[in-house]
Design a protein around this ligand. Structure first.
Ligand code: PLP
Length: 368
């Protein structure tokens, strides 16, 4: 039996390469590709993933916050980095590390112009975010004149792209809404380009957008979850390979007698003889309480072992009744053998959440 010493997130860069090439095959060769590496590259290893994407020929990277971009620069990543959700408090860092802000409101635009001017920047690359229906971040169509006027009389910045984000790209029943968003984005970008006298590149598609609305790829696409091996649709999942495998090990096995209980609050009570295995993995590692009481299922020697009772901070106990296993045996929480999407579905959530939840305490091992 393959033994692992501790809880480990194994990252398979050959799977990342496969997914990158698959997603690239869905768009035109001239369309640029932005790899989204926010949140530690969806809970994996931001630097290792960014460096691999750089090597594979990605054109751009994106993070959510400036601090994430700073980590990439400090690791020597050279690709242009779009910061999706910059805050005015971080503008000086952002400029110092050559990170490119998404400007999404009048006040954030004005504050960035001021920062760029103060720092004597010229043609500093910025991106204009349009809200087309997600109602999260972004300018509306009526702001076009304002944006153009502010940017034209200030030589410190240059708009390199306009972008927007689909609210339901994976949801076929919202096709009409997505098409409306695409139409609105096209209109705003065109109007802004005309006012500026140049045409910034445009991008709108996330992973499911690439799959379902390839006609709206414009000059660039932005993929996150697909790079990590998940496509929000079973047919897409079948073409992708999970990058991350979360493994752990059996620390101890107990024989539980009828009427005895397992874990805090005695949340599992045995009605027959049960064999339990204790694993060094808990809610502090990212396995939330919602996975308790059978909602989370791990794989031990090819067999399913559901979580018994409540998830503890540093441990879970799983039901290994009838499974041939011993202390020291390997446990798979998710990976190619059992997808993170399937693991998450047990607790009514999605791959994005379980992947990004895996805490920094869990050791990362990068496999080339
Ligand atoms: C996170 C994010 C993405 C990536 O979406 P996926 O569904 O993971 O491909 C793209 N664009 C924006 C604006 C995002 O916030």
């Amino acid at each position: 039996m393959n033994k692992v010493g501790e809880t480990t997130l194994v990252l398979d860069l050959s799977a990342l390469e496969h997914n990158y090439k698959y997603l690239r095959s869905k768009i035109a060769p001239e369309t640029k590709f932005l790899g989204v590496v926010k949140a530690f590259a969806y809970g994996s290893d931001m630097v290792a993933i960014a460096q691999k994407l750089e090597e594979l020929g990605a054109d751009y990277l994106a993070v959510a916050y400036a601090s994430e971009g700073v980590l990439l620069r400090q690791a020597g990543v050279k690709l242009p980095i779009l910061v999706l959700h910059p805050l005015a408090a971080n503008f000086d860092d952002l400029i110092a590390y050559c990170l490119e802000p998404s400007l999404y409101s009048r006040s954030i635009l004005n504050q960035f112009l001021k920062a760029a001017e103060t720092q004597k920047q010229q043609d500093y690359p910025v991106h204009i975010k349009f809200n087309t229906g997600l109602n999260r971040l972004g300018f509306s169509q009526v702001d076009v004149d304002f944006i153009a006027e502010e940017v034209k009389r200030n030589a410190s910045v240059k708009i390199v792209s306009t972008f927007s984000h689909l609210a339901a790209s994976e949801d076929g029943s919202e096709r009409a809404f997505s098409l409306e968003q695409i139409g609105s984005f096209k209109k705003s970008s065109k109007a802004l380009g005309e006012k500026l006298g140049y045409a910034p590149m445009r991008h709108m598609l996330n992973t499911s957008g690439i799959i379902n609305y390839a006609e709206a790829q414009f000059e660039m696409v932005r993929s996150g979850i697909g790079l990590y091996g998940y496509g929000n649709q079973a047919e897409v999942d079948a073409s992708l390979r999970p990058v991350a495998t979360l493994k752990t090990v059996i620390s101890q096995i107990h024989e539980i007698e009828p009427n005895h209980s397992v874990g805090y609050n005695r949340a599992f009570k045995a009605d027959k003889k049960v064999k339990s295995a204790t694993l060094p993995l808990g809610h502090a590692d990212g396995i939330g309480r919602q996975y308790g009481k059978g909602k989370g299922i791990v794989i031990i020697n090819g067999k399913k072992a559901p979580i018994l009772g409540n998830v503890c901070m540093d441990m879970i106990m799983v039901d290994v009744t009838g499974i041939d296993c011993k202390e020291g045996d390997e446990v798979i929480v998710f990976g190619p053998q059992k997808s993170a999407e399937a693991f998450a579905a047990g607790a009514n959530t999605i791959s994005y959440e379980i992947l990004t939840a895996i805490s920094q305490r869990v050791k990362r091992v990068v496999k080339c």
